[in-house]
Design a protein around this ligand. Structure first.
Ligand code: SF4
Length: 399
């Protein structure tokens, strides 16, 4: 089991972001925002206490915890302490990550994270080019990021992820190369490098609708070039790509995300947080949301994204969004598993579903192996390098 905790607050809203997060928080927030942040933390702790009681009573362990957002590091010291106390009294995750943004960290907060067992930080940088950061509406410069990074190291954090986004307005190979060089100089243990997706409703999308050329987005060929360069460059620096967009030094892969890609159960707490639970565990952890009697199903359950409703009833605000039968579970297992460089384990699949993957998806797998897009290596089926470039077409066939 994994635990995800959502903090839906940010200092300001980045121009490309459609995550569930609200601006106006952090130091400098007005009274209204400070009060909401305090009220929300209390509600979140109420929900978490309920979850912790069930986990303890049922002997369910949590291997990982990820506090994400939003920007969890905008919570002030007393809110941070309340939250970490509830979590650490209930579980002792092997990997405990907090997502942070430069400009929202200080030494006291970092020490508090450490004291409560946080052993991994994920820092949002996105680009080392200050012009690009400004165009994306980020609140920090590269220099401020580097300062936060050094501060985290000085407190003893050595497992740090740096988030980057490629294919953003104004980006070219030269400034992307510079970003990779500046980041790898710091030697973080993990780097996530996603491509920008223009999400409807964001300020960036509106600018794109009004005048697509004004954004100067890289075209598809440039995107591929950036993608291949990233892999090549990072591999030379001893990072290996273990998932389409994620790179790590050996032994520092993100266990929490690997859990998502390998079909682990997770419980989400906080506004809009999603859970993926077996019927049996859903009955224990999100009983009111369970609307099926299929004992073999997996349930995708989501907390409300209505702040007023959440803060009024944090322990009873979830609904089942999807019930996955065995066929859907198998299909999802393949689609998510193939995101990983090592691919899907044949024996893992059969022990989980009691079915041979080579028989279940025989036609698809054989077709793409013959085309050189998939390969079988020992127990694993995975994409070839060429297959990765057209992965969406292949994945659609598992639906
Ligand atoms: S900091 Fe992250 S969550 Fe907050 S607005 Fe920017 S991209 Fe969105």
């Amino acid at each position: 089991m994994e635990l995800y905790v959502h903090i839906p607050f940010c200092v300001r809203k980045c121009d490309y972001c459609d995550f569930l997060s609200f601006p106006g928080f952090g130091c400098g927030a007005d009274e209204k925002h400070r009060s909401l942040s305090c009220h929300y933390t209390d509600a979140l702790c109420t929900e978490l206490k309920g979850i912790m009681t069930v986990l303890k009573d049922e002997g369910i362990g949590c291997d990982t915890c990820f506090i994400g957002g939003g920007t969890p590091s905008v919570l002030d010291l007393s809110e941070t302490e309340k939250l970490l106390k509830v979590i650490s009294e209930g579980i002792a995750p092997k990997e405990f990550t907090v997502e942070c943004n430069p400009g929202t960290l200080n030494i006291d907060k970092l020490k508090m994270y450490k004291d409560y067992g946080v052993n991994r930080l994920s820092l949002g940088l996105q680009s080392a080019d200050n012009g690009i950061l400004k165009a994306l509406g980020r609140i920090h410069t590269f220099e401020q990021f580097r300062e936060s990074y050094r501060l985290a190291e000085s407190v003893g954090f050595d497992d740090i992820n740096v988030d980057l986004i490629s294919s953003v307005p104004g980006q070219n190979m030269a400034n992307w190369k510079d970003t990779l060089e500046k980041v790898t100089e710091l030697s973080p243990k993990h780097i996530s490098a996603y491509s920008l997706i223009l999400e409807g409703g964001t300020p960036l999308y509106k600018r794109y609708e009004e005048d697509p050329d004004s954004l100067k987005l890289p075209d598809e060929d440039e995107e591929r070039e950036i993608y291949h360069y990233t892999k090549e460059y990072l591999e030379k620096q001893d990072y290996y790509r273990y998932e389409i967009s994620n790179y790590a030094k050996k032994g520092f892969e993100c266990r929490h995300n690997i859990g998502y890609w390998t079909g682990e159960e997770y419980i989400g707490a906080g506004l809009g947080a999603a859970s993926y639970l077996s019927y049996k565990n859903a009955l224990k952890l999100k009983a009111a949301a369970v609307k099926t009697d299929d004992e073999n199903s997996m349930l995708r359950i989501k907390n409300t994204d209505d702040m007023e409703f959440y803060t009024a009833s944090p322990a009873d605000c979830a609904v089942t969004e999807e019930v996955l039968g065995k066929i859907e579970q198998m299909s999802e297992y393949c689609i998510l598993g193939l995101r990983m460089t090592k691919g899907i384990s044949v024996t893992g699949f059969s022990s989980r579903y009691g079915t041979d993957i080579m028989a279940k998806y025989k036609d698809i797998i054989e077709k793409y192996i013959q085309m050189g897009l998939l390969e079988k290596d020992g127990d694993f089926i995975r994409f070839t390098e060429r297959g990765r470039d057209v992965s969406n077409t292949v994945l659609c066939e598992f639906l």
